[in-house]
Design a protein around this ligand. Structure first.
Ligand code: KE4
Length: 435
């Protein structure tokens, strides 16, 4: 590249050019590479409230929110102050700390189905560990998951996975041994019959069903009435466990996540994102008799150098405590979502556009398809090229949307009605011009 061309590059373009030399795809998580929308990822320098600021000084109203954790908005003073204070005492001890006791009590109080909880460092680690606990408790090997649901990148669950795996068209990753995937049975989201078929065939071998109670990794897909209840009944009939992967929905839809929102109680729950407020925290927990099998109490081994890290938990505790002490925040957030996505729906109808809007509370998704989206198959009818064109337009106008069709939009308590109206006006300009 000539010196002149070099000078004309944005700082993000320059950084990306450097990044790809030493990091696979130039990013530390695939969806950040903007591959699905074919443009250069924006390198973010800082964030505050509902805004991101990139290395070229551009600002964006943020609808990714670090993929869910930033429910209070970025750099919330109480959260960042708690991190700074915790850092002064040391970053990690590899020993028990008081804040781990407080965090465990708070999670169990907010999510009554969780009688015991273990902190880990990511949603993937939480899911991996919950699956192992379920297999250890039931002494069975098979797991039922749903096509299009994403539960992190542990081997056995990278089968017809959603999120980046779906976007990149690799829902079944290379490197997953057939021996590992053979115990993963795939069912169809919102289709109880597809679950019953597995159980009728080999129910006594199935340890658990794992489900995103609101699917948010094939875009957003709400459970149809009776779906979650039906999973509960099937698991009870066959003595299998029901695992709610609430890494996204946990503490987002309400203080008790999706299980509180829908009134269906799982045996195990996995958590992440909001529980760490942007710091690396995951957790899994559930019925005491299951969790008491986890080492050092029982024979299900799981460990982690930085699990329960005091600095990370300081962030998570502060955020969770704020949410617990202000339940009105959930009403505010869910009403904001109902209004915002309702306005999007109105836009689609007014302009007769081949789009669908799905949402649950502050989680939502605009699909570029004529079909109603209720599962992986219907989600896949979306025109990802149209989504890419729309997404690039919106980002260039200062609205930072997920750079992939099969993700969710996340609203936060830092978003204002004025910001959302500006966003809708920009959407309308695009949708009108492109229809
Ligand atoms: P992490 O290992 O990324 O912390 O969590 C994995 C995970 C587990 N379960 C659900 C329901 C999830 O949505 C996730 C991760 N979500 C994606 C966003 N769709 C993370 C973003 C990324 O992969 O960069």
């Amino acid at each position: 590249m000539s010196g002149r061309e070099e000078k004309e590059m944005t700082r993000s373009e320059h950084l990306f050019q450097e990044a790809v030399k030493h990091i696979p795809g130039g990013v530390n998580s695939p969806v950040r590479a903007f591959g699905s929308i074919g443009s250069t990822p924006r390198f973010i320098s800082h964030a505050k409230g509902a805004y991101l600021y990139d290395e070229d000084g551009r600002s964006y109203i943020d609808f990714v929110g670090s993929w869910g954790p930033m429910i209070l908005g970025h750099s919330h003073k109480a959260v960042t102050d708690s991190v700074v204070e915790a850092c002064q005492k040391g970053l990690s001890f590899g020993a028990a700390t008081a804040i781990e006791v407080d965090m465990a009590k708070l999670v169990c109080e907010m999510m009554p189905s969780v009688e015991m909880v273990r902190m880990v460092n990511s949603g993937t680690e939480a899911v991996m560990s919950a699956i192992r606990a379920a297999r250890g408790y039931t002494k069975r090997d098979k797991i039922v998951k749903f096509s299009g649901c994403y539960h992190g990148h542990c081997d056995g669950l990278l089968v017809q996975a959603g999120s980046g795996a779906m976007t990149a068209g690799v829902p079944d990753s290379l490197g997953v041994p057939a021996g590992c995937a053979k115990d993963t049975l795939i069912a169809k989201y919102n289709d109880l019959e597809s679950v019953r078929e597995h159980f009728q065939r080999c129910g006594e071998e199935i340890a658990a069903v794992i489900v995103e109670p609101v699917a948010a990794n094939m875009g957003v897909v709400e459970p149809v009435p009776g779906f979650l209840e039906g999973l509960r009944q099937i698991c009870d009939t066959y003595d299998a466990l029901l695992i709610f992967d609430e890494v996204i929905t946990g503490f987002r839809l309400g203080p008790s996540g999706a299980q509180g929102y829908y009134g269906v109680v799982p045996d195990l729950t996995t958590l992440g994102k909001i529980i760490g407020a942007g710091m690396p925290v995951g957790a899994y927990g559930g019925r005491r008799e299951i969790m008491e099998l986890v080492a050092p109490l029982g024979g299900v081994y799981q460990a982690g150098t930085l699990s329960g890290n005091p600095v990370a938990l300081a962030a998570g505790m502060t955020q969770l405590a704020l949410l617990k002490d202000h339940p009105e925040h959930y009403q505010e957030l869910n009403q904001m979502g109902d209004w915002f996505y309702g306005q999007m729906q109105q836009l689609i109808q007014e302009h007769r556009l081949p789009c669908q809007v799905n949402h649950v509370g502050s989680l939502g998704c605009l699909f570029f398809t004529q079909q109603k989206v209720s599962d992986y198959e219907s989600a896949k009818t979306s025109d990802t090229k149209k989504y890419a064109d729309y997404c690039n337009y919106m980002i260039n106008q200062g609205f930072y949307l997920a750079p992939a069709q099969f993700e969710a939009m996340f609203l936060s308590l830092a978003h204002t009605r004025e910001m959302l109206e500006k966003t809708l006006q920009c959407m309308e300009r695009y949708l009108q011009s492109s229809s």
